[in-house]
Design a protein around this ligand. Structure first.
Ligand code: GLC
Length: 451
């Protein structure tokens, strides 16, 4: 006998399951919200931020510095653009922004100056102390920011639970310039700031063409697209939707709880349902309820979830034929603690799990992931709807991020959702992993700024 009641588990899974109608409605309101955001008429949860950059030709060339700031890892790269969609990474340095028990530049209590001084140290490493050659730097800054040019961006509001003091409301390249100066670096010139979604789109457009939508599906989630309609006096440009903030979403009670207990309640509602930063928490919350500890959050991460889903052990359980014998054989061959998923679940809940409990927990984890992928697919469908007849064009949607790259079930469910919502037109669209797009995109932006 297991400790999870299957009926209760299936009813929870039901709460995390979204049918076609709900998704179609969401895609529709996503599209309306884009129009509202673009027309500045009334409040819209999609910010549709201007990037002041269009699509690259693929023939940008030269050596540039790329600073990638937006997740728990900070990266600085020196990249050589060779044109014709080609490039070389000449140098890469990376450092976490938070090391448990050692330092934390992104939590409440940390300050802008210390954070940017740390960034300047990494830039220095990337240029290997060179104080003579001139470097143009592209800066991927992956938070909602308002821009009036490509050169700088003002942070509107932290997301993804970042909380460093003294950055909101400030121009980030100005903070970077000050920190570089402070370190005596005068030959690095920050010339462009872009969102990571914009970086992914630039990178994919540079390398493959036929890409008009770029997305990040990782710790956070967000999407941008190329808007051919320009405002008076401006050139057509990429718009950063800040789609993680979309708020006409089918939340369940777990989503509401998680939102209420987050750094910024009421904000980033879509992101809190789909992104890697939150999926583990949703799972931990739902599983605690199943195990009679409602209100507790077992500390699962999205990496745990992917391990649990990927574990093949309970495929044995799914195979209806010989179920019992197979189960017994499996248990005898490998004691339960040897099964990776069982080990993870027992460790995080401090409870003994039977094999059938692991199978149930896995179904729950899969439901959370599938819901996430379907919501992302519905948002893509909303954007394609906005693009009107251009959605018929064969194209890629470029996506970067650990959830897209590594989480089982994600890719196929985005694609299936597009097919479900767009019909045959969905077959013209494929999602494409644009690995490392944040760095390459920053270098391309620097090249485009200097043209
Ligand atoms: C958050 C940020 C957004 C970024 C995304 C992915 O949603 O607000 O700017 O693109 O995370 O990193």
């Amino acid at each position: 006998m297991g400790i999870i009641d299957p009926t209760a588990c299936y009813s929870l899974i039901e709460e995390f399951t979204l049918g076609r109608d709900v998704l179609a409605e969401m895609a529709e309101s996503f599209r309306d919200e884009m129009t509202r955001g673009l027309s500045h008429s009334g409040r819209a949860s999609l910010r549709m931020l201007k990037s002041y950059i269009g699509l690259p030709t693929g023939n940008e060339t030269g050596e540039y510095l790329a600073l990638d700031f937006g997740g728990t890892n900070l990266r600085v790269l020196r990249i050589l653009l060779e044109g014709q969609g080609k490039y070389k990474i000449l140098k890469k340095v990376a450092r976490p922004l938070r090391v448990e028990g050692e330092y934390n530049y992104i939590g409440a209590g940390s300050e802008a100056e210390t954070l940017f001084d740390f960034i300047a140290v990494l830039v220095d490493e990337a240029i290997e102390g060179n104080r003579t050659d001139r470097f143009f730097l592209g800066h991927t800054f992956s938070f909602p920011s308002s821009q009036t040019s490509l050169r700088d961006a003002t942070l509107i509001s932290w997301t993804k639970e970042f909380a460093t003091g003294g950055v909101e409301g400030r121009a980030v390249n100005e903070l970077l310039r000050l920190a570089l100066e402070h370190r005596g670096i005068k030959n690095v010139l920050p010339v462009a700031v872009i969102n990571d979604t914009v970086a992914v789109l630039l990178s994919a457009a540079y390398r493959h063409g036929d890409t008009f939508i770029g997305s990040i599906y990782a710790t956070g989630h967000n999407t941008c697209y190329f808007e051919p309609e320009a405002e008076a006096g401006e050139a057509p440009m990429i718009r950063n939707l800040e789609s993680g903030n979309f708020d006409i979403v089918p939340q369940n009670r777990f989503d509401m709880w998680l939102d209420a207990h987050s750094e910024k309640p009421g904000e980033q509602l879509l992101e809190k349902m789909v992104a890697g930063r939150y999926m583990g928490e949703l799972f931990g919350l739902a599983l605690a309820e199943l195990l009679g500890e409602k209100g507790k959050v077992y500390p699962f991460t999205s990496v745990d979830i992917s391990e649990i889903i990927r574990d093949e052990t309970d495929d044995l359980l799914r195979d209806g034929k010989n179920l019992n014998t197979k189960m017994t054989q499996a248990c005898v061959r490998q004691p339960q603690s040897h099964f990776k998923s069982a080990a993870i679940i027992s460790n995080k809940t401090q409870k003994e799990f039977a094999l059938e409990d692991v199978a149930m927990a896995r179904e729950l984890a899969a439901a959370i992931v599938v819901r996430s992928a379907r919501l992302v697919g519905a948002s893509f469908s909303g954007i394609l709807g906005h693009m009107g007849k251009n959605k018929e064009t064969r194209q890629h949607i470029a996506v970067d991020g650990s959830v897209y790259e590594k989480m089982p079930l994600v890719k196929e469910h985005i694609q299936a959702t597009l097919r479900e919502l767009l019909g045959a037109a969905g077959d013209n669209i494929d999602t494409l992993l644009e690995n490392g797009g944040s760095g390459l995109g920053a270098a391309i932006a620097a090249a485009m700024a200097e043209k």
